[in-house]
Ligand binder design. Structure first.
Ligand SMILES: *Cc1c(COP(=O)(O)O)cnc(C)c1O
Ligand SMILES: [Zn+2]
Length: 432
């Protein structure tokens, strides 16, 4: 049984019925983002250490905190009616990275490597819940508009579940992500326009053809999948908690979701601690950090609107290049509730973090994921995080997602002729 009780508008606080529309009728589709609430007292009864110890190593282990009936939780017992190929998502490793910690200037650093998910990014957590939720609503087909990871992840999860999938992408999608879409067999519409154009086209087509719309911006259920990363951090670090959790921010769903997962695990009696959230945006496109700054300067979050935020310039970290975020309020509220902060990082710092994470921790991060690592160094420099802090940074996507982006960060090989003398010269000169 699903333990969802109601949806609540993050702007006006009014409750809405779970079966109703996906945004608040009073605040409208732009500002009226909803948050899913649960019967946590009930969840607490079965979400015990003993019961979790016996559950599968996948994000479905938190089924009490998911908006799904039991029959639609793939690893929860009965198989998902549309196919059981979704069972291996989440439960990604937490890796101690002492040499990277020293380079960034913190006492301890752990990385949660989300690149190990089925399609190579954190988005699989949301997409898998989206596909299961679509099946629960009796929808036979699914769609989304995305600059990359949400799309490749949805195509992966839909293929695993045997559900047809429609994807709308803007022109500048990295090639690896496009290749994934096509390999997973999605119908891909490459839109000659902006991301906003792709988004509008997708919403219209979803309404017209009755497709389930995976767009995180308005679908309140997807953040529930992202939340499971926070649940896992609670469980994996239960007896050894981090002071801060760093995560890169585009639309804002991810940072809000991770915080919600940690908080609900505390409310369910699982942990007695909380962690401060560090939201990291690229300096070129930082409307959520801007909203945070405005709120800190006294602006009321209820009256501030997304239109007042600067769309910004550009960043090469494509997965967080989100000029018009919808979930900025959810993100700012989550970071504030955690007593956290936002920082911004320049593209040059992101490229540096791609190199450092690879060389000092053996983790190959895509630029948007490396931004979280860069943000840790920036936060220490700005005295937001103390150098004695224990930090966990979420590496949200694999470097293989954007090889061209990686190549702009990592330098080149030694081009040599087939001549042992050249090898000798380079090795003896001790150049790497
Ligand atoms: C989507 C994404 C993010 C940011 O998530 P939001 O919910 O848009 O804030 C960060 N890193 C990667 C790799 C992503 O794909
Ligand atoms: Zn409202």
């Amino acid at each position: 049984m699903s333990l969802v009780t109601e949806l609540v508008c993050v702007r006006c606080g009014r409750p809405a019925a779970p079966a109703g529309p996906w945004t608040c009728p009073d605040c409208g589709p732009d500002e009226g983002i909803l948050d899913v609430r649960y019967d946590l007292a009930r969840a607490r009864r079965t979400l015990t250490r003993e019961s979790l110890a016996a559950r599968p190593a996948a994000h479905w282990r938190y089924r009490e905190l998911l908006p799904l009936e039991d029959a639609y939780v793939p690893a929860g017992g009965a198989p998902l009616p549309v196919g059981a190929g979704l069972s291996q998502i989440g439960w990604t490793p937490v890796i101690d990275a002492p040499r990277l910690a020293a380079a960034l200037g913190v006492a301890r650093l752990r990385l949660k490597d989300e690149g190990r998910n089925a399609s190579g990014s954190f988005k699989d957590r949301a997409s898998s819940v989206g596909v299961a939720h679509a099946a629960q609503l009796g929808r036979g087909e699914i769609a989304c508009a995305s600059t990359g990871n949400a799309a490749s992840s949805l195509a992966c999860c839909a293929a695993a579940a045997g559900m047809p999938c429609n994807i709308f992408v803007p022109r500048q999608i990295p090639e690896a992500k496009l290749a994934q879409l096509l390999a997973y067999g999605a119908r891909v519409f490459r839109v000659g326009g902006t991301y906003a154009d792709a988004y509008q086209l997708c919403s219209r087509a979803a309404a017209r053809f009755g497709w389930y719309n995976r767009n995180c911006a308005i679908n309140p259920y997807l953040v529930e999948g992202k939340k499971t990363a926070g649940c896992e951090i609670a469980e994996q670090c239960a007896d050894d908690p981090p002071d801060w959790v760093a995560v890169s921010v585009g639309d804002g769903c991810t940072v809000a979701g991770v915080h919600k997962g940690l908080r609900q695990m505390a409310e369910a009696g699982w942990i007695g601690w909380s962690a401060r959230m560090l939201g990291v945006q690229a300096a070129g496109v930082a409307p959520v950090a801007e909203a945070w700054g405005k709120a800190a300067a006294g602006a009321a979050l209820g009256t501030l609107t997304g239109r007042e935020l600067t769309p910004g310039g550009d960043t090469y970290a494509d997965s967080i290049n989100c000029p018009a975020p919808r979930n900025w309020r959810k993100a700012v509220l989550a970071v504030r509730e955690s007593n956290g902060a936002f920082v911004t990082v320049r593209d040059e710092e992101i490229r540096g973090a791609v190199r450092l994470a690879g060389r000092l921790a053996g983790v190959f991060a895509e630029p948007a994921a490396a931004a979280a690592v860069a943000g840790v160094a920036a936060a220490v420099r700005d005295r937001v995080i103390s150098d004695t802090a224990h930090v966990l940074a979420i590496v949200t996507g694999s470097g293989l997602k954007d090889v061209a982006g990686a190549m702009r960060a990592v330098g080149g090989p030694h081009d040599v002729r087939p001549d042992p003398g050249e090898i000798e010269r380079i090795v003896l000169a001790n150049t790497r």
